[in-house]
Design a binder for this molecule. Sequence first.
Ligand code: SAM
Ligand code: SF4
Length: 353
Amino acid sequence: MTVVALGLPSVQRPLPAAPTDGPLIDTFGRVATDLRVSLTDLCNLRCTYCMPAEGLDWLQGEQKLRPAELNRLISIAVTRLGITSVRFTGGEPLVVPHLEEVIAATAVLRPRPEITLTTNGVGLARRAAGLKAAGLDRINVSLDTVDAARFAAITRRDRLADVVDGLQAAQAAGLDPVKVNAVLDPVTGLDDAVALLRFCLRHGYQLRIIEQMPLDAGHAWERDRAVRADDILAELRRHFTLNPDPAPRGSAPAELWQVDDGTGATGRVGIIASVSHAFCAACDRSRLTADGQVRNCLFAREETDLRALLRSGADDAALEAAWRAAMWAKAAGHGINEPDFVQPDRPMSAIGG
Ligand code: SAM
Ligand code: SF4
C-alpha cells in the first residue's frame, strides 16, 4: 500500500563545462571529498518526520544499482574524483544484505577512504562486529528519544530496546566514537534532548541534534513547528554547563560544545543548525542514490543519471566527467530560507541523509 510517490525527476538539464581533472569542485570553489551513498530507500521504521505510515513507492529490482555497479561508482569516486570519506546510509542500510560486501570493497580502495554508516540501529547488535571486521570505521545511530512510548510514537515501531542494544554493540566492536543523531519532536523534543544528552554522557556516546528539514515525503514540514538550534542550546544550558569546543570546525556541520552535567559526567554535544544557520558555504558533500543518481545537494531539484550511463556501456572516464559536471553545477545554498524555496520531490529516505 503506497500513498506518496517518490516523484523521481525525469528531466535532465544540459550540463555546463566542468574541469576534467583535479578535485571535485563546483563553480563556487567548494571541493567535495565526502560521498554519501544511499544503499536503499527501504526502511523498517516509519519516523513521522521522514515517511508516512504506509511507506512509499519503493524502488524496484532493476531500478536499483547492483552491488558490482555500486562498487564501480565508489571506486571512481575515490580513485578519480578525490573522495576521502564514504558514508553509507538510506533508507535503512542495515536492511541491505550486501552492506558488509560493499564496505569491504570500499575498504580495499587506495587511498583508503574513511568509511562510516548512518543507521537507525535496528538489528545492529548482531551486525556491529561484522561491520567493523568488513572495514567500517565509525557509526552514527539515529535516536530521537530514550522514552519508549515516545520512541514508538515517533518511529511508529516499538524498537527502542533494539536500538539501545545496537549502540552498546557498536561501542563494544570498537566503532569509536559512537555518535547518536537526534531530530527533535516539535512537542516533546526539548525534554527529549535533555534526557538524550544524559543518556549519551552516561554511555560515552556523542550526541548530535539536527534541526528538522523540509525533506519529509508528505511535505508537511512547518518552519514554526520545527525545534530551532538556539532553543535547543538554551534548554541544554538550563541543565548542563556548555563551553564551545576549541577544535576547528572545518566543514563539519555540527557546532560542537563541551558538556559537563555537574556530577562528573563530561562529553561533547553537536548541534546542527541546517535551517537556521545554514553551512552551505563549507559543504563538501556529493550524494549517490540507490538508483544511481548523483545529487550535488540534499535540496537539489536535478540529478545526473549515472545508472543509465553505466548500463549504456560508458567507460570510467565518461562516468567521471558526468559526475564532475553534476558537482560543478551545485547551487550556492539550499535556499530553505528564500521566499521561492521549493522542496525537492525526492524525500530524505530516498536521497540518503
Ligand atoms: N535510516 C537511517 C537513520 O535513520 O539513521 C539512515 C537514513 S536517515 C534518512 C538519516 C538521518 O536523516 C537520520 O539521522 C534521520 O533522523 C535524519 N532525517 C530524516 N528526515 C529528516 C528531516 N526531515 N530533517 C532532518 N533530518 C532528517
Ligand atoms: Fe527510516 Fe531513517 Fe527515515 Fe526513520 S529517518 S523512517 S529510520 S529512513
